[in-house]
Design a protein around this ligand. Sequence first.
Ligand code: HEC
Length: 234
Amino acid sequence: MMARATLLSVSGAVVCAIGCGAAEPRGHDDRIPRECVIEGRSPESIADVVERVNALPRPVSVACFVASLPRPLAVVASSSEFSAQPAVGAGNPRLFILSEGLAMSIVPAGEGSHLLELGEWVSDTRTIKAELRFPVEAAISHDTPYEVLLDGGITTCGLCHRNETPAPDRPGAYVSEAMRPASNHYVPLADLHDELDACDRSAEPARCELLSALLDFGLVEEVAFSDELATFFN
Ligand code: HEC
């Protein structure tokens, strides 16, 4: 698994520390419970995500899960509006948090904002797909993230992610091609810091909370997916 998401094949990467772009340092959004910050290593598999979610205070929000992740975070922002989790305008890109082994995706607003989309790398170009719906009220099982089937032989993910096949040794799970954002869809992380600074907590509380969960809990680094991966249009 050499190239994978290639956290480090970053061209023109910006490394942005906590509060980067902000006029003054700020605390994190106080609606994110302190208990969301837990010990442990970054999730490297879908199973690790299930265990982390089950370790968090319930009901678990997307923001609580994101705040819980160990820093530094490696993040890719995409303005693409064609996915299971479309970006909503320039201020709400789709955000991929990349760890060793896993791509986790969230979006600050819109229909996709209650979802965590997951791709676990099985080769340089293919991932097992999974999805979790938030808030998570009760403990979830290791099968829950694979319950994204449309019907019979294909998942909703397989509509766009090509060459879907059953994952070996994981009943109910499917592997398909991984995709990266088209080059003109990458959004700089500095823009997200500006969005958080300008966020109106009374008008859009959940969005501000999610941006705070991403940016206010330690170092966040801008990275890129490997160029080896296909985009939606090729
Ligand atoms: C409408 C088309 C579409 C559907 C349906 C779709 N995706 Fe994607 N997905 C994309 C595109 C396009 C990208 C490239 C990144 C971007 O620009 O959003 C992507 C990238 C990803 C990635 C990043 C790396 C990788 O593994 O491909 C993950 C993870 C992912 N999608 C998960 C999912 C899951 C899980 C589902 C099903 C619940 C799903 N996607 C359904 C279009 C789609």
